[in-house]
Structures are given as C-alpha cells and as structure tokens.
Ligand binder design. Structure first.
Ligand code: 5GP
Ligand code: ZN
Length: 113
C-alpha cells in the first residue's frame, strides 16, 4: 500500500534496522523504543490490523510463532518478554499495518497505561 510507512520500510524506501526477513514477514527495531529490546514483527502483506485477521488464522499463527522465535533469538527467553498488538484508537494503534511489538530487557509494568 503506497501511503503506508511500514510497506515503505519493507520496500526499503524508508530505512530501518532490520532484525529478520523472509518471503512473508519482516522485523525491525522500533524507532522510539519503550524497552531495551523493542522490535516490530510484521507481515509483508498489508493488513490494517489484527481485527481483519478473522479469516486468516494461519497468518496470525505464523506471525506469533515468529515473534516468539525472534524474542528468544534476542536473548529474552529466560528473563521474559511481552508481545503486544494494539488495535484501533483506544488500543493505541498509530500505524495501520498489522504489527506485533516484542518488548523485553527490563521488568514491564502491568496493567499498561
Ligand atoms: P502502534 O502505536 O501502531 O502500536 O505502533 C507503531 C510503532 O511504530 C510505534 O512504536 C512507533 O515508534 C513505530 N514507528 C513509527 N514510525 C516508524 C518508523 O518510521 N520506523 C520505525 N523503525 N518505527 C516506527
Ligand atoms: Zn502497509
């Protein structure tokens, strides 16, 4: 999708610090990290958010499995980490391209603000 910043990051039109890439998924460090480790895992297919995934459990499953794998490759398996998907305005979603936040490297507060 032309106007989407995450599609531009996948295409390399906006630079990013890449963590992982394969034919379906891309991961890169968040530009405004909220924890010592904070990266985003996204499908290359432009989907606006998790709310649009009711008909695609396979993609959501692969996205979550990959997020766990990358969290462990980041060295977070023992200390723990958090996977977050924000949906819509009240969920705090600011970019309308489905993404999983992987956060770790410090104790994270709960509940979120
Ligand atoms: P959301 O608020 O939609 O759940 O998360 C969007 C995330 O994308 C935010 O944490 C924000 O810092 C990150 N972000 C927005 N624009 C860019 C960018 O151009 N590059 C990178 N690396 N991250 C971005
Ligand atoms: Zn997009």
């Amino acid at each position: 999708m032309e106007s989407c910043i995450f599609c531009k990051i996948i295409a390399g039109d906006i630079p990013s610090e890449k963590v992982y890439e394969d034919d379906r998924f891309f991961a890169f460090r968040d530009i405004n990290p909220k924890a010592p480790s904070h990266f985003l895992v996204i499908p290359k297919e432009h989907l606006p958010g998790v709310a649009k995934l009711s008909d695609n459990p396979e993609l959501l499953g692969q996205l979550m499995i990959l997020s766990v794998r990358l969290a462990h490759e980041e060295g977070l398996a023992d200390s723990g980490y958090r996977l977050v998907i924000n949906q819509g305005e009240d969920g705090g979603q600011s970019v309308a391209h489905l993404h999983v936040h992987v956060l770790g490297g410090r104790a994270l507060a709960w509940p979120p603000g």
